[in-house]
Design a protein around this ligand. Structure first.
Ligand code: ZN
Length: 387
């Protein structure tokens, strides 16, 4: 409390004393009624005043590079990342189910004010990455809802699923309306009009990295993932889809990877990705994971539930700034029918090229400081010390 406030409070006490002394005197009563007690006690209202403007969508600086990791409106793990600088938007994936389109499209509309999504990247042909591109009758998909510029998609797939076929139909429809579509391999090779590197804004590039499995058979669909690096000056941001151990090993072999400001946690924080070898090369400062934390969706083994103990072991030597979109709420009597709530919520990373900030729609607590982590994960002995 500063001197001015102290004097104000003393004046109030004096008035109260005078009021009691002159009980019944209407003048003093009216003065007391006009005083703002809450204001003086709460720091002139700073602590209790509701924030102005939208609370769900964090306010961004117009000219910053912003990277949003979206919650997807259901309890299933999936990826969707919106990247924006100036009037240019990139959407990497649109999981996790078709009805996620009802969450993704309004969110993206909030930022994509010209109605044109300049770049859409489909990393691989799994439902939790492409279902929101398709949507439902009630919630039209991303590809139908925006004017689409360039689609960059996986070069190979073994998928035969109905969601994959529906994605192809929606993609072809977008192309018939004027979008162009290239595979990641065509981009990497600069085939025709496809480009290995796209300039998103002055000093900001998006480069398609080389993944060996763009042109070789993989035993796991995840290894076909499109990998991209966004760079703004010396700040780098790495996205590897659901690449697995094999893919990460080949990625290191074939690309001069820099240390990165941000890494989208590989394969939702799976133990089958995020190798110690990749982390040693990229040494991430911030890691964002799109998943329903601790849900039994893919495994009954608590250590392997996203984000896995192995992920924690490999990432925490480099950073404690780990953020997770969604939290699974598990009923011990019926774990199969879990529900969900926000963990960090929508995660927004933004920068003008130097300092990078993280703001989340629910809270800004990093994973290692959460109750879930303390109950379910063990901090590795070589974890980066808390600063
Ligand atoms: Zn996935």
């Amino acid at each position: 409390m500063n001197k001015k406030k102290l004097l104000y409070l003393l004046a109030v006490i004096l008035l109260v004393a005078l009021t009691f002394t002159f009980a019944g005197c209407e003048i003093f009563e009216s003065i007391l009624n006009d005083l703002d007690f809450e204001g003086i006690l709460d720091g002139d209202g700073e602590g209790n005043t509701p924030p102005e403007g939208p609370t769900y969508y964090p306010v961004i600086t117009e000219d910053a590079l912003s990277i949003h990791f979206l919650e997807l409106g259901n309890k299933y793990t999936g990826d969707c990342t919106l990247i924006k600088i100036g009037d240019v938007e990139v959407l990497i994936d649109a999981g996790s189910r078709k009805n996620s389109a009802g969450t993704i499209v309004p969110y993206v509309e909030n930022y994509c004010t010209d109605g044109k999504l300049d770049y859409v990247i489909a990393t691989h042909a799994h439902q939790d990455h492409i279902a929101g591109f398709v949507g439902t009758k009630d919630a039209p998909g991303v590809l139908e809802s925006f004017q689409i510029g360039t689609i960059i998609e996986f070069a190979r797939t073994d998928a035969t699923s109905s969601i994959y076929n529906e994605y192809v139909t929606e993609r072809d429809a977008a192309v018939s309306r004027g979008a162009v579509c290239y595979t990641a391999l065509e981009c990497y090779n600069n085939t025709g009009n496809a480009r290995r590197s796209y300039q998103l804004a002055e000093g900001v590039t998006m480069s398609v990295l080389y993944n060996y499995y763009y042109e070789h058979d993989a035993s796991n669909e995840n290894d076909y993932s499109v990998c991209v690096l966004i760079s703004q000056g010396t700040n780098h941001y790495l996205f590897t889809g659901d690449l697995e151990h094999d893919g990460e090993e080949k990625l290191i072999e074939n690309n001069p990877l820099p240390k990165v400001k941000l890494f989208k946690g590989g394969h939702h924080g799976s133990y089958t990705a995020n190798t110690a070898a990749l982390m040693a090369v990229i040494q991430p400062e911030i890691v964002c994971v799109c998943c329903c934390c601790g849900s039994p969706e893919y495994t009954a083994d608590p250590a392997n539930m996203f984000p896995s103990q192995e992920f924690v072991n490999n990432v925490m030597p480099y950073t404690r700034q780990i953020y997770v979109t969604t939290l699974g709420i598990i009923d011990p009597d019926d774990p199969e029918s879990w529900s969900y709530q926000s963990m960090n919520g929508n995660i927004l990373v933004q920068s003008h090229g130097a300092e990078v900030t993280v703001t989340c729609s629910n809270n800004d607590t990093p994973l290692p400081d959460t109750a879930w982590f303390k109950a379910n994960r063990i901090e590795p002995a070589n974890a980066k010390p808390k600063s």
